[in-house]
Structure formats: C-alpha cells, structure tokens
Design a protein. Sequence first.
Length: 181
Amino acid sequence: MKGIVFNLLEQVVTAEHGERTWDALLESAGASGAYSSLGNYPDEELGRIIGAASQELRVPAQDVVRWFGRRAIPLLARGYPAFFTPHRRTRDFLLTLNTIIHPEVRKLYPDAVVPEFEFATPAPDVLHLGYRSPRRMCALAEGFILGAADHYGETAELAQPSCMLRGDPACTIVVRFAARA
C-alpha cells in the first residue's frame, strides 16, 4: 500500500478525532506511523490500523474504511484539483478513473496497485461500477464515491449486489445520483 494512503488516513483521523487518537491507533496496531507518501507499506499494516479504529469506535471495519474514503476526497480534491475541476457531476468524474486518474496515479507512483473498474451507464442518473482488486477494498471505493458526491453537491445511493467479500469474483456497485436538495 502506498504511503499516501496512510498519510490521508492520518489526516482524516487527526482532523476528526485528534492526534492522540491517531497515536493510540498506531500503538494498538503495532504500526510505526512514519510513512513517506512515495513509500510502500504492507497492506496488513493498514488493516491493523483499520482494525484498531474499528475496535476504538465500536463500528465495523468496513464502515471505518467507507468513512475514511468519504473524508479523504476533500483532501484529494485540494491536492489534485486537475482531476476534479473539469467535472460538474460525480458520474462524469468517476468515469475518468480508468482513463485519466489511475494512469496519472501510476505516473506519480509507478508501482501503485490500483483497482480495475468496468462501467455501465443504464440511465443518466445511474452508474454500475464493476470493481476488482486483490485488496478487496470495495468499501473504500464506496467511500470515495460518497465523498465525490459530496464534493459535487449530489447525493449517491449505493447498492452492492455482488461483492468479493461475500465470495463473488468481483464487486458490483450500483450508484443512483441525485442533486442535493
């Protein structure tokens, strides 16, 4: 896992729960806490931090990951505005994952492992995302989708009829968008 993910998690946790909470999570997880954005760190280390947060907050780990993804989007939008500003809608932004965002991520971080997406657009307000990743972090994808909807002033209703965590070969995330009232 790239260090930037750990850096984002630290920023999100400290902003909402304080530095002491971040330090306590690192201690509980047996994690170092010294992460370079360009560095590579074991996926298991992120998993231990998420597990510690799940225990501390008394919420399922997948909810922690989803929360993290949603809260990370404003940080990503500030750090990488070129990915966000050309779009007015969440759906349009998401459709650039494979063609613009992930190729740019690979330029910045050549050894980054990014998920693969397949898209279907059955209606103007609906997007089906097929998600595949050896990390099986579909909850992070859901969080990013919700955070992007917040960014673009929309709501996103999510359903996941298939999921790798339930034994399916891939995840399918169905998103229905609406303008925020």
